[in-house]
Design a protein around this ligand. Sequence first.
Ligand code: UT7
Length: 326
Amino acid sequence: MTNDDLRTRFGIDTSHEWILQRTGIEARRFSAAGVATSDLGLEAAKRALENANLAPQDLDLILFATLSPDHAFPGCGVYLQEKLGLCDGPNAKFVPAMDVRNQCSGFLYSLATAHAFVRSGAAKHVLVVGAETHSPMLDLSTRGRGVATLFGDGAGAVIVSRTEENRGIGEISLGADGRYADVLSQKVWDIKKRPFIDVDADGNGRIEPEQLWPQMQGPLVFKHAVERMKQVMNDVLAAQKWESTEVDLFFFHQANLRINQYVQEVFAIPNEKVISNIQRFGNTSAATLPLLLDEANRSGRLKPGMKLAFAAFGSGFTWGGATMTW
Ligand code: UT7
């Protein structure tokens, strides 16, 4: 879906120039009706397993990061487990599965969880999936343009495994500031209400647009994003005892190219050390970092021993940073 497609297909009063200039986005992917977030996650999981030369039965834990799960409950992890064939036949393995609901920092929160399981010896191989199907939950009208023009669908996956080699995940730093929980949110229902959604005489639910669609105070989110991304990057680099100049490749959450350019400037990072895909995918929330990592890997940019640094920020507010030696 190009920026122009949003205008011509959905009649949104926007322009390619506005979206490109403010965000860096040129296009995003919308998956077809009938495709669930767990389906996107399945494709990514299969490729990650293949890359790692592992079978689904080798997994000890499935972590599924998403803000756009197939249903309110259960989470996507169990759908993915079943779709991976883990419940079938004599090789069935009822691997634990859980969802991580941390929006744009969901992948780093999941990575931290996987890291903790593997380090403690509780798991040998953990599948971490970040997948989003934002498109059906976007208000694709002029009313919703402040949010709807930013997001796209996608999925990425990694497998976190134990190694005796001196490489892998280094430091991880996570944070949250719940004072801003309402600033970027989707309150489809309100559990304080009785019943939780307004219901008419026929028993049909009625949801006002402000409640149905995600809402964001963009400039406020922007302001916090640059500060937290900067801070969390500082924290993980200091903990890892790396100078920013030592890092070979930076992976930033892809919410807005201008946020990342600001962080890049603060650390005086040259362009060739930053990888971006917001131009083609828009903001894919929890899928962003594993998508970026996979692209870097498949394009041959990652070489053994390379020093990688990650940072993400999103709704909650929540944020995270990580270092990794490839
Ligand atoms: O991943 C989770 C974290 N999310 C983020 O980090 C997002 C952070 N925020 C942002 O990236 C930016 O705030 C946005 C890209 C969302 C918005 O950019 P902005 O420069 O902050 O614009 P704004 O919200 O202040 O809006 C400026 C104007 C408004 O019109 P008026 O009131 O000045 O007449 C908006 O109605 O731009 C208008 N506008 C649009 N115009 C054309 C808002 N969205 C659009 C649009 N097309 N899609």
